[in-house]
Write a protein that binds this ligand. Structure first.
Ligand code: MN
Length: 328
């Protein structure tokens, strides 16, 4: 079998113009991985751009290079040619928004990801579903390229790891991961700065929104399902944006008996983004797939439309049946 890591290193060495992108509704792993690749390619003397179809959330703007991220519009104006499109932390090209059109333009598409349902859409696919973060795969690539991380690369990679492990709560900080974190810290990354921005740097509007979501929190002790929702009205009344709901779904699992947390976010009238989180013993990915979404075993999501009461009932009924049907 072809070594995908080596193939990507070959593409990185041979080509000279790169666009790096990640999924819409970007998180610390998507952005951290994209920026780490950007710095890595620049260290190799390449021309690289990070293009993202969306706005970088304010709490990730501490990241070095985040000001250089181009919106889809900004890049379209610039019209700079590129040979390679690197898509990172993204299971499916439909998730990159309008950047999806670049897949046809690129000579090579490089796919670096850790989602179990990755569609292998690249010419080279470095996909490791067991990896705690895509950023760890970027770390491996840097090693393969013999490029020791500098402070910018280290900060970007560690932000990805911190985000996707929930600050080392969802993945055990074993000796291997600890060694990587040690090297990144030695290279100039500040773990406390990253933890602060990823988890505790939230504007008043976001905290007001969180209080609304918690106010709506309900728990079904029979199946261990915790649920929350936020309506468009909640967002309006709090003066909040979509990015302000980041992390809300995690609160459902604070309940000791909770096995799964579900969070409904109304993003347009009667259109809901649904996030799912679970503990080790329950896989939410089949639930997300059932509703046409995707993600990971412990964190997944999908979109659904309809009036809230019927949407809520449909999802909760399916969840209940699935949770109760799975072994305890
Ligand atoms: Mn990720």
């Amino acid at each position: 079998m072809r070594d995908e890591k080596k193939e990507i290193c070959r593409i990185f060495s041979e080509a000279s113009h790169f666009v790096v992108t990640s999924h819409q509704n970007i998180d610390g792993d998507g952005l951290g991985s994209a920026l780490a690749l950007y710095f890595l390619l620049r260290r190799m003397g390449k021309r690289a751009r990070v293009v993202y179809d969306g706005r970088v959330p304010y709490f990730y703007r501490f990241l070095p290079g985040s000001a250089q991220v181009l919106s889809f519009e900004e890049f379209s104006v610039e019209k700079e040619p590129f040979e390679v499109l690197v898509v990172v932390d993204c299971s499916n090209p439909a998730r990159v928004g309008r950047v999806e059109g670049f897949l046809k333009e690129a000579r090579y598409v490089v796919n670096i990801d850790h989602h179990p349902d990755n569609a292998f859409f690249g010419h080279a696919n470095f996909v490791v579903p067991g990896s705690p973060a895509s950023a760890l795969l970027v770390y491996e690539l840097a090693r393969e390229l013999h490029i020791p991380p500098d402070a910018d690369i280290a900060t970007s990679i560690l932000t990805g790891i911190v985000t996707d492990t929930g600050g080392f709560q969802f993945a055990e900080l074993n000796q291997n991961l600890f060694a990587v974190v040690g090297e990144l810290v030695a290279s100039g990354a500040s773990l406390s700065t990253i933890m602060y921005h990823v988890f505790r740097f939230r504007r008043l509007e976001a905290l007001k929104l969180l209080s609304r979501a918690l106010h709506h929190l309900t728990f079904d002790p029979v199946c261990g399902c915790a649920s929350m929702h936020l309506t468009q009205e909640d967002f309006r009344e709090c003066g909040a944006q979509e990015e302000d709901a980041e992390g809300v779904v995690d609160y459902g699992l604070y309940i000791p008996e909770a096995r799964v947390s579900v969070f409904f976010k109304e993003i347009a009238p009667n259109t809901y983004k649904v996030s799912l989180r679970s503990r080790d013993d329950f896989d939410v990915l089949p639930v997300a797939h059932h509703f046409g979404g995707g993600g990971h075993q412990r964190a997944a999501g999908f979109k659904i439309t309809g009036p809230f009461p019927s949407v809520y009932r449909e999802v909760l009924d399916f969840l209940r049946t699935t949770v109760l049907g799975s072994s305890k």
